[in-house]
Design a binder for this molecule. Structure first.
Ligand SMILES: Nc1nc2c(ncn2[C@@H]2O[C@H](COP(=O)(O)OP(=O)(O)OP(=O)(O)O)[C@@H](O)[C@H]2O)c(=O)[nH]1
Ligand SMILES: [Mg+2]
Length: 428
């Protein structure tokens, strides 16, 4: 059988420390990111610097060192853990004679590999084209070097203009297609709202364990892996958090520091699930030294997508790695914020999470006692469907006496939809 390793590209990675002290976490995360993209790291070069060089990003001595190593290691690609300007990228490629990719290009590439759904693929392509088009506008392009394309060129156009025109047209087409998909997504979201099932979204730094927790809670089997951005497309599952109390849980793409803004914009529709959620579960890797930094990074994206208002439960995951940490829940004094320590592997502490989800979801619920006439079977079915019924007896007229638990406004809405007068239904 033919070995696959022949296809694996050899990468030389470059990380510059701009801070006083070397940021080892940032470096090892970068290496993990490169490995997650399926590349083999053949050498890594680190350099301290106070400011990026305008021409080469690094100093010319460092650029020589990179070139020497790239040749010795037969590297196919050089990856920088930073954003490079198009000019820096071009100058570096000239200097080193090997393809250069920056951090944004790398993340876009991983996303492109992971996208499975039609929507996901469109979103990634849009982000890639937007990334490319900023480079075109600034006057340089990879495409520029791939001349040819007979028949593609309009009269009197330079290659650059043709590239721009083609990319612009493709961007328009993808946006139109995405709009259609988004309409569908909006419809299903409205449907869920109508059904009154609360939506709870898992959010968190990539690799924190969102998918593992999702699988544990819902019995689903989405891919969970020790690689960055294992999940890209969102998955939704209905689950019961308390007797008769259902929610929809969503698992989605993880965040990372310096997430390219092209990606956040292109993934707006996916991230709408997060913004419109009733509750967020922020999954945090308890292991990580830079825990607080990562929490801040995630919250930054959350504020970027306008989801700051949504209540968060903080989940400190992977406690099985620390025998001294037991499962527990901590509530803030006002009871609004909660932190839970648990393990998505062993399931220890998961019951705290389920209880807390139920508590948060039920916060504005109150008990109502109703007399439902036999003619209002649909309303009764609906109340069961949304898990609002606590107790029910059949009464002598063939109708039902019910104890339900629901927010006042939701009860009003349901009665209105069923064209029933709520005051007639209440038990005196
Ligand atoms: N020890 C331990 N490992 C865990 C736990 N939960 C998740 N992991 C591991 O952490 C890694 C990442 O898990 P995922 O569930 O894929 O993480 P994610 O947050 O969905 O990651 P992305 O989709 O890539 O953003 C996997 O190797 C899991 O097996 C846990 O409770 N304990
Ligand atoms: Mg995942």
């Amino acid at each position: 059988m033919e070995s696959k390793s022949a296809d694996i590209q050899r990468a030389l990675i470059v990380h510059v420390d701009f801070k006083q002290s070397a940021d080892n976490d940032a470096f090892s995360e970068f290496a993990q990111l490169v490995e997650s993209s399926g590349l083999e790291i053949v050498d890594s070069i680190r350099a301290p610097r106070s400011n990026p060089d305008a021409q080469l990003f690094v100093g010319s001595g460092k650029a020589d060192e990179i070139a020497t190593s790239a040749e010795a290691q037969a590297a196919d690609v050089i990856i920088f853990n930073h954003s490079l300007t198009p000019a820096q990228e071009r100058n570096l490629e000239k200097h080193i004679n090997v393809r250069v990719i920056d951090r944004i290009g790398l993340i876009l590439d991983i996303f492109a590999q992971r996208a499975r759904s039609y929507e996901g693929k469109l979103q990634v392509e849009l982000a890639q084209l937007e990334h490319l088009s900023t480079r075109l506008i600034r006057g340089w392009t990879h495409l520029e070097r791939q001349k040819g394309g007979i028949g593609l060129r309009g009269p009197g156009e330079t290659q650059l203009e043709t590239d721009r025109r083609l990319i612009g047209a493709r961007i328009k087409l993808i946006k139109r297609r995405l709009q259609k998909v988004h309409k569908q997504r909006d419809l299903s979201r409205q449907q869920r709202k109508k059904n009154d099932i609360p939506v709870v979204s898992l959010v968190g730094y990539t690799n924190a364990g969102k998918s593992t927790l999702f699988n544990y809670l819902t019995g689903a089997n989405v891919e969970a892996a020790n690689q960055l951005f294992a999940t890209l497309d969102p998955t939704l599952r209905r689950m019961e958090v308390a007797t008769g109390r259902d929610i929809i849980l969503t698992d989605t793409v993880g965040f990372i520091r310096d997430l390219p803004h092209e990606l956040v914009e292109s993934f707006q529709a996916t991230l709408d699930e997060v913004r419109e959620a009733d509750l967020l579960i922020h999954v945090i890797d308890v292991d990580n030294e830079q825990r607080q930094q990562r929490i801040d990074d995630v919250n930054q994206v959350i504020s970027l997508i306008g989801a700051t208002e949504v209540t968060q439960i903080e989940v400190y995951n992977k406690i099985d790695n620390y025998p001294e940490i037991g499962p527990r829940i901590e509530l803030s004094d006002n009871g609004l914020n909660s932190r839970i320590w648990l393990s998505s592997h062993t399931g220890k502490g998961i019951e705290y999470l389920k209880e807390e989800i139920a508590r948060q979801i039920n916060q504005h619920r109150q008990a109502h006692y109703l007399n439902i006439p036999v003619t209002a079977g649909q309303l009764r079915a609906k109340l069961f469907d949304i898990g609002a019924v606590r107790h029910e007896d059949v009464n002598e007229k063939g109708g039902w006496t019910m104890e339900i638990e629901l927010e006042e406004f939701r009860l009003h809405k349901l009665c209105e939809e069923a064209r029933l007068d709520i005051s007639q239904l209440r038990l005196q």
